[in-house]
Design a binder for this molecule. Structure first.
Ligand SMILES: C[S@@+](CC[C@H](N)C(=O)[O-])C[C@H]1O[C@@H](n2cnc3c(N)ncnc32)[C@H](O)[C@@H]1O
Length: 282
């Protein structure tokens, strides 16, 4: 595996500062996440998510799903500042913490150290994940509305195929997303009960169309950051997962099995790799 210190090949060309300022909604590029998670935003990320509030709001959901599926070794592909990697280590899982952003991994490592853990970090972009990760896992987690950073279907399919390949034959992928169906069909509402639990931070979309949801994050000190994301419809994500080979998937709304389509802020997909015999199949 590459260590955090290694540089990432295939760096996306940087988008000029003037275009970021004058025409931000034209920026719909998968590799742009590295420019979005700048040092100052990364330092503030934990203020946005509030680890304690997030831990109590999601409870044992992910830990239970992983245990139900017999997972022991977990690859966190969107480590961010390390919230789930640390929780899973504390729950007794073996975790490798990957992310395409060196800035995020450095913060995750520091957060881990403060809680008495040494995170095994790997800088890896999902589109060529298996170039940098040479081990198989029982589970891959891609959490915190991260998959939304991929802007082309080709990249989404490639990333899912890479997640599939790094899993053992009966592994599971747990991937979540914002409820973009509700956002696009009915406009924005959020209880801020899950994920972004910091109550001093204002989160809202400033632009939404079929190909872009641009969110603004405003902090109490007046600083503002933005993320450009692709608005994934839940059924579409599910279809892609099945098309790359996942056999079966379950969907949860704000961690509940039954929910009304418009209600949840976040959707969680649990996709299974183990082959399922279908009647009429060859
Ligand atoms: C919204 S943050 C979520 C972080 C964390 N999972 C959480 O819930 O707090 C998204 C993370 O995905 C990473 N990311 C986005 N696109 C990526 C890609 N193509 N390859 C690897 N990491 C990527 C970003 O660097 C960032 O750390």
């Amino acid at each position: 595996m590459n260590s955090l210190a290694d540089s990432t090949a295939s760096e996306a060309p940087r988008i000029s500062r003037s275009r970021l300022e004058t025409d931000p909604i034209s920026i719909r590029k998968t590799g742009h996440y590295r420019q979005e998670y700048v040092h100052d935003f990364v330092q503030k990320w934990d203020e946005l998510i509030d680890w304690d509030a997030r831990a109590s709001s999601e409870g044992g959901f992910f830990i239970e799903k992983l245990r139900e599926n017999g997972a022991r070794q977990v690859l966190d592909v969107a480590t961010g500042t390390g919230f789930h990697s640390v929780r899973l280590l504390e729950a007794g899982f073996e975790v490798v913490s990957a992310d395409g952003s060196a800035e995020m991994l450095a913060k995750a490592f520091e957060n881990g150290r403060r809680r008495g853990h040494v995170l095994r970090t790997v800088q890896a972009d999902w589109r060529w994940l298996n170039r940098d990760i040479h081990q198989k896992f029982d589970a891959v987690i891609c959490l915190g509305n991260s998959f939304t950073h991929l802007f082309s279907e080709r990249d989404r399919r490639k990333a899912l195929a890479e997640f599939y390949a790094v899993l053992r034959h009966d592994g599971v992928l747990i991937l979540d997303q914002r409820n973009y169906d509700a956002l696009m069909d009915n406009g924005y509402s959020s209880t801020h009960t899950y994920y972004y639990c910091g109550d001093e931070v204002e989160v809202k979309p400033v632009h939404v169309d079929d190909g872009l949801a641009r969110f603004q994050y405003r902090f109490p000190d007046g600083s503002e950051f933005h993320l450009n994301m692709f608005p994934l419809r839940a059924e579409y994500t599910r279809r892609l997962m099945e098309e790359v080979g996942f056999q079966r998937s379950e969907t949860f709304g704000d961690f509940q099995e039954t929910y009304r389509a418009d209600d949840p802020d976040f959707i969680v997909h649990v996709a299974h790799k183990a082959y399922v015999e279908r009647s009429g199949g060859a």
